[in-house]
Structure formats: C-alpha cells, structure tokens
Design a protein. Structure first.
Length: 239
C-alpha cells in the first residue's frame, strides 16, 4: 500500500545536503504536516520543519530522537551520506572507508533500530533509503563508498523482510549520478536533485519498493543483463 504524504510527519536524515534540501521542498509541496530534520545541517527555516541536531552514527542519540518523535513519525527517510571518492590503497583510504561505513551503513542501521520497533508495533509506516545504482556494482574510483552502499542495500532487504509482515514498507532509491557537491568532479550528465526528489515522492505515494530514477533505469537494465560486463566497465574507469 502507498503511504499518504499529506498531513504525514516525516523524519528526514540528511536534510541539509543538496538532495535533502530539494527533498524538503518536494515533501512540503506534497502537504506533509511536519518534517523533523535530523542531522548536523538543516534546510532553510520553515514553519513545518523542526530541527534536531543528531549524529546518526551514534545510536544512543538516535534512540533519544526516537523517544521524542517516533510516536508521531509515519515516514523515515535516510538521505544522509558521505563519499570520500577514493580508490583502494590511496593515502587515508582506511579511515575514509570507515567513515563511509559509519554514515552510509550504520547510520541506516541506527535509524532502523530506533524507529523500526515503534512502526512495527503500530503496524504501518515507511522507511525510505537513498542508495545508489553503485550499490549493485563497485566503481573502484570510489571503492569504499560503493562498498558501504552495497552493505546498505543488503540491510534494506533485511529490514523489508523483518518489517513487511507487520505492514511497514521499506523502499530503496537507486539513482546514478546526482548533481551535488559530492559528484562535482564526475563528468557527464547528472540527475538534478529536484528531479530525484520528485521521483522519491512519487515512489512513496505509489507504494514502490525499488526506484531507479533517470539514467539509473537503463544502467540497472544493462547490469542485470550482464553483471560481469558491468563490473568490467566500472573497472575500466581506473585507466
């Protein structure tokens, strides 16, 4: 079943980034009653946006956030993410990879641990994870980022299995390259954050589970047709 956005209370982690700001505007336009912006940065002030300073990598803090808001929240959207854009064996790779895993994987896990049981007991609600097409195949130019998103993709499937029987939905969104500061050095066409935000809102309202907006749809088709060829194409980018 689709989740109603009109009059919903949405927890949005990562609302202060380029995608998060676009998504905030799209959610407000869709008529949500309130957005709880959870993170270190926030979108521009709005009467329906409530700011909460939270480090999603710190589970006790996320649990406190859930104690304050989980009873009202019906939609949890995780779009916080970091990308060091580093290859294996480059200086500082190990520390960067740990940070990527902390935010991109454990951040999702913490949100699920804090909010999942409440939504499960209620028997309704929705988790939305902003992932990437690179959750499926590693681009070695950003090796740690892709690995963390692959872990997040697997977690999304596990969470769907755990919560689905109680009526809670889990949606994964898998764009290709989005036009944000994180991708400023990547050449070629990029998906506008506003376009991604609209695709995400539409997916919520239509009840979709897996969303491949823009060029990601064709990339995923090619990947599923020949995964090894997709792996070789990504490896060739190292040249």
């Amino acid at each position: 079943m689709a989740e109603r956005l009109k009059d919903a209370v949405v927890l949005l982690a990562g609302a202060g980034g380029g995608i998060g700001r676009a998504l905030t505007q799209a959610l407000l336009a869709a008529g949500v009653a309130e957005i709880v912006s959870a993170g270190r940065d926030h979108p521009p002030a709005h009467e329906r946006v409530r700011e909460e300073m939270v480090d999603i990598t710190h589970l006790p803090t996320v649990r406190v956030l859930a104690e304050r808001h989980a009873a009202r929240v019906t939609v949890v959207i995780a779009c916080a993410g970091v990308n060091a854009n580093q290859r294996l064996f480059t200086p500082g790779f190990e520390a960067a990879a740990r940070r990527e895993m902390e935010v991109n994987y454990f951040g999702l896990l913490n949100l699920a641990a804090a909010f999942g049981p409440v939504l499960q007991a209620r028997g309704s609600g929705l988790f939305v994870h902003l992932l990437t097409f690179l959750s499926h195949v590693n681009l070695p130019l950003m090796a740690g980022y892709c690995a963390s998103k692959a872990a997040a993709h697997s977690l999304t499937q596990a969470l769907r299995a755990e919560l689905g029987r109680s009526g809670v939905r889990v949606c994964g969104v898998y764009p290709a390259v989005v036009d944000t500061a994180m991708s400023r050095d990547i050449p070629g066409p990029k998906l506008a954050p506003a376009e991604l935000a609209q695709a995400l809102v539409q997916a919520i309202e239509e009840g979709a589970e897996d969303v491949y907006p823009g060029a990601a749809a064709e990339a995923y088709r090619l990947y599923t047709a020949d995964p090894k060829a997709a792996e070789r194409r990504m490896a060739a980018r190292l040249a």
